[in-house]
Design a protein around this ligand. Sequence first.
Ligand code: SF4
Length: 414
Amino acid sequence: MRPATHPAYLKLELAERGLVLDPSVRIHSAPFRSSTGADAVARSLDLVLPQGVWVSAPVEERATAGSPFRLLVDGDRVVLVRRDPDGVETLRVEVRAVPQPRFYERHTTRGTPMWRVAAVHGSHLLINPAGACGFSLRGTPCRFCVEGAPATAERDAAAPVEEVLEVVRAAFDEGAAEFVYFNSGFFDAEDGGMGFLAPYVEAVRRHFDTLIATQVHPPRDNRWIDRTYAMGVDALSYNLEMFDEDALKRHCVGRARYIGRERYLEALARAAEVFPSGTVWTDLVVGLEPPQSTMRGIDALAAMAVVPVVSVFRTPEAVGPRASLDGAEVAPVLARLYRAVKERRINMGWMRDLSLGITPLEARHFAGDGARLAVAVQRLTRFRLGALAARSLARFRRRLRVRTVGESFDASHV
Ligand code: SF4
């Protein structure tokens, strides 16, 4: 398979270039899942590519001008087509368009549209109860970000815990998601926003048999990392985005100015000591720093037992002349991603079905034949039974750990 037809490569290319919707899609009766909810203008659609690779592909006209991809409906099949600049078809592949969850059409008992409370990405239900990115509020959003600034305008008060539970229940009842993923835009709190998220985490744990991930900025005090695990979070991310220090300063002003690269790395290293293998991750945006630098980042993170996830920037016009991904540059980065994580024996089963980033498991396509056996083993975790076993194991392990973490934390009066 040529690199440009690998589902993992298609995922990156689609995430970056977006796709144009053929009129046959627009008249299709079943709405596809948009990342922005039922009432909003769809900014992107979730698709499942061959080999179960999820992608969230931008569809807004502004973001897809010049995209070689077109999505069309042919009978009962949804087909992705790519053409070169001369109009010659270079790819035609059947994909699965994910139907829009029914809960997007509903309102909570307080009258809030449910899509404002939670959005489904891949198999995760993404919830940002505070609804605002702190860096955006301070005027220092990441240059490539399409989410930060708009998010601030959508909700001005934190979602009540009961309302979040109501939406989680609605999403789970219809099978729209398997896991809960909390996000927080706090960056200047000593606890990294975990104190704010704690009641939500505790409530979800009490009411649902699911895994909970959080993506927050590093707390100032490492004891909050221990506390995060003790409170019931199963997977944790402090997103560094860029490994090179200058690139970080250029593209992620808020991260560099208010937290700093070293703190992200320190906190990730500590989290990887506390959390089970494969459950601490960070995104690295490919294409905004030299590939060698991204690969150095992959190696450094894997050496700390942190899982790197390679993601793509969505707004090329905002980041200057480096306007598109080069397949020849990206392929070795993805091969390194898989190999580095495998060599360090980090569990790859936890990071999966992410529609916004390439996981090490997805990157296996670039690592050659030797990857096949490992993949067969890792696939076990994809089945629900595997997930249930993982949950029980996670709880057992946590119970053992929480006693010590809780005692030392309470004793410290943080
Ligand atoms: S990518 Fe940057 S600007 Fe966007 S939401 Fe995250 S921290 Fe905020």
